[in-house]
Structure formats: structure tokens, C-alpha cells
Design a protein around this ligand. Structure first.
Ligand SMILES: *Cc1c(COP(=O)(O)O)cnc(C)c1O
Length: 365
């Protein structure tokens, strides 16, 4: 049996480093927004090559707080990709603005910059570029579109810690970026967590206030904010894991390369454009009868997951807003066919070979 993901393996591997870090938090006696959070914010900002990092409670909050800090709210539109996890859309909805879904490019599965351009209206305030599955979005084209229309380009980098475009790390490619440290992500905590990265000092300050009831001085709320804080245990864990991120991403690239070499002829899969260095948060393939394919793999002991079906606009939450089938056809077709294969840094070559053998035998049947 090869599971889709073994989260414990990523803890066991570095337990000797995690234990003293957790003890340090205990000894320090601070549990929310203390020295570990401050140190992590500095280290992660430097990793992403930006001036500021603000730790928050989740990736969803990171995105939501960036939008709020930019003044996005009721009456505004924010462009989001059709192919993404539902939090990208929900963070927009949480501000009172309307998420406007845009179709994707068939080769990369990332949002189509020309379609984004066509979707801009006089209500558009921002474009969210999702680096789907750890593959950088078409950032230079999207930057052009954003600056031509005078709207903000925001990165949803929840799946792409450490990915880069032309040697520049994600997290500093737009006005601000949202990261998630949900345990399954490339850089994951042992609970919820998230961060905003940005070169804009003012924006960082606003997010810092918003995460703590709108106050920069204790108990004096300058604006109405929320409670969205990173805790010391998660920050201590993230500091340890950040030290392993590049090595883990390198292993993900190696595994992705092996999948692509073995299965790239038979199955459609996202193809990262030249100049991008993806970090393979997920390895998705497309199969015309996905559900039967998935069952056949399960019979052979291979765990898989589907990312994402239904897409956000076809969930009941967004159907009430009038979204229907065939509105975003490229994304919908891939969503019906997509299946993610096991890929995580601790997956062994022999296990991956077993996955490849099982996939190959299913395709031959
Ligand atoms: C995980 C994820 C988020 C949300 O992160 P949480 O920490 O779970 O709130 C947002 N966008 C994308 C693309 C994600 O994969």
C-alpha cells in the first residue's frame, strides 16, 4: 500500500531538530506572537527576497488580509483563476468583493493572461495569480496586464514555497503574496499557519495591525481588525523546516522528473514553461475516465487524490451566484480528468517505481 501522502514521515525525519525547538518554546513561556514568530518572519522574508513577512493564522487569512489592506471590499471585483483550491475564491468573498473566475491555459493549467486581460472591468481592483501545484503562474504577462489597468497583482503562493521565475523567488513577484503553512504544503507547520510577504512597508504594517484587532499598540484599535496570529509552536517548527525546504523541493523535482519521463507520453500533465523553477506541491495527470482510473489504482494499493473537483465556481457556494457548467470550459474539462499521484520528499524511489508500474498496467488494460 502506497499512501497518497505520509505526513508523519516529514516529522520523523527531522524529529531530533524539532524536539529542542519545541522545548525552547516551552521554556520561553510565550505562545502567541513572540520571539520565534519574529525570527521566522525575518528568516522567511529573507528566503523570499522581500523586505517584510507577517505571520498570520492561515493562507486564507493571508490572502484576505492583503485584500483588506488594499482596501478591497463590497462593490469590487477580484480576478481569480478557475483552477484553484476554494480558499482563493473564499478569501475574496470574505472581504465582500466578488471573485471573477477566469479560464486557464491548457498546457500549464495556470490562469490564462489574455483571458485575465479580457475580464478586467472598471470594478476590478486586483488579480490573484495562483502558482498552481507549485508551478509559477505567467507572472510577467500578468504584471503587464495589472499595470496596464492599474490594478494590484497578488500572489497566492500557498502551494509554491521556494519556486522561482527567472531566478526570482515567488513571494516577491507582485504587490504582496499569501503563503499557507497547512501541514500538507511544501513548507508545513504542525497545525494551521500562514504569512504575507511584501516589499511594501506600509502594506505590511497594515496587515500587522489587522491581524491583531486593528491595533499596533496594545488595546488601542486604530481600525477594525481580526484575530489572525501565528503561534510560537508553529513558528519554531517552521524555522526548523525552512532549513530543509530547498532539499525537499529538490527531491520533489527529482520525483516529478521521474514521473514525467515514465508517463509523459501517455498522460496529459501540466508543463511548466521555460524560465520557471516549479516545486511540485502536487503532481497531477489527466485521464479521460478519471474515476475508473482512480479505482483501478486503489485496487493496486496506490493512494491518489483529486485536486480539484468540483472547481470553486461549480460548488453550491458559488452556484448561488449564477455560475454554471461550461462557463470556464478548459478548467472544467481538466478538473473532470485530473488525478494527483503520490509525491512527497520522503517517497522512496522503489515506492515511486511501484506507482509507475501500477499506472502503466492500468493504462495498458
Ligand atoms: C492551501 C491553499 C490555500 C489556503 O490555505 P489555508 O492555510 O488552508 O487557509 C489557499 N490557496 C491555495 C491555492 C491553497 O492550496
Amino acid at each position: 500500500m502506497i499512501p497518497f501522502l505520509d505526513l508523519r514521515a516529514g516529522v520523523t525525519e527531522i524529529w531530533d531538530e524539532l524536539e529542542p525547538a519545541l522545548r525552547r518554546v516551552h521554556t520561553g513561556g510565550r505562545y502567541i506572537l513572540g520571539p520565534e514568530v519574529e525570527a521566522f518572519e525575518e528568516e522567511f522574508a529573507s528566503y523570499c527576497g522581500v523586505r517584510n513577512c507577517v505571520g498570520v493564522a492561515s493562507g486564507f487569512d493571508a490572502l484576505q488580509l492583503i485584500l483588506r489592506a488594499l482596501g478591497v471590499g463590497a462593490g469590487d471585483e477580484v480576478i481569480v483563476p478557475a483552477y484553484t483550491a476554494v480558499p482563493t475564491w473564499m478569501a475574496v468573498s470574505a472581504t465582500g468583493a466578488v471573485p471573477v473566475g477566469v479560464d486557464i491555459d491548457e498546457a500549464t493549467w495556470n490562469v490564462d493572461a489574455a483571458a485575465v486581460d479580457a475580464a478586467v472591468t472598471d470594478r476590478t481592483r486586483a488579480i490573484v495569480a495562483v502558482h498552481l501545484f507549485g508551478q509559477p503562474a505567467a507572472i510577467s504577462k500578468l504584471s503587464d496586464v495589472a499595470s496596464r489597468h492599474g490594478v494590484a497583482l497578488i500572489e497566492d503562493a500557498a502551494q509554491a514555497h521556494g519556486a522561482s521565475v527567472d531566478g526570482r523567488r515567488v513571494g516577491g513577484l507582485g504587490v504582496a503574496a499569501a503563503f499557507s503553512f497547512y501541514p500538507t504544503k511544501n513548507l508545513g507547520a504542525l497545525g494551521d499557519g500562514g504569512a504575507v510577504t511584501t516589499d511594501d512597508d506600509g502594506l505590511a504594517e497594515t496587515v500587522r495591525r489587522l491581524r491583531m484587532y486593528g491595533s499596533s499598540v496594545r488595546d488601542v484599535s486604530e481600525t477594525k481588525g481580526v484575530n489572525s496570529r501565528l503561534d510560537e509552536v508553529q513558528a519554531a517548527v517552521l524555522r526548523v523546516r525552512l532549513g530543509h525546504l530547498d532539499r525537499w523541493n529538490e527531491r520533489r523535482r527529482e520525483l516529478a522528473g521521474r514521473y514525467a519521463a515514465a508517463l509523459g507520453e501517455q498522460l496529459a500533465m501540466p508543463r511548466p514553461p521555460r524560465g520557471t523553477e516549479p516545486v511540485w506541491h502536487l503532481f497531477a495527470v489527466a485521464h479521460p475516465s478519471r474515476d475508473a482510473f482512480r479505482d483501478a489504482l486503489a485496487e493496486r494499493g496506490i493512494g491518489t487524490l483529486v485536486h480539484y473537483f468540483p472547481l470553486p465556481h461549480l460548488t453550491p457556494a458559488y452556484r448561488v451566484d449564477g455560475w454554471r457548467e461550461d462557463s470556464l470550459p478548459v478548467a472544467e474539462r481538466l478538473s473532470e480528468r485530473s488525478l494527483s499521484l503520490p509525491l512527497y520528499p520522503q517517497l522512496r524511489d522503489a515506492e515511486q517505481d511501484a506507482v509507475i508500474a501500477a499506472v502503466t498496467s492500468c493504462l495498458e488494460r
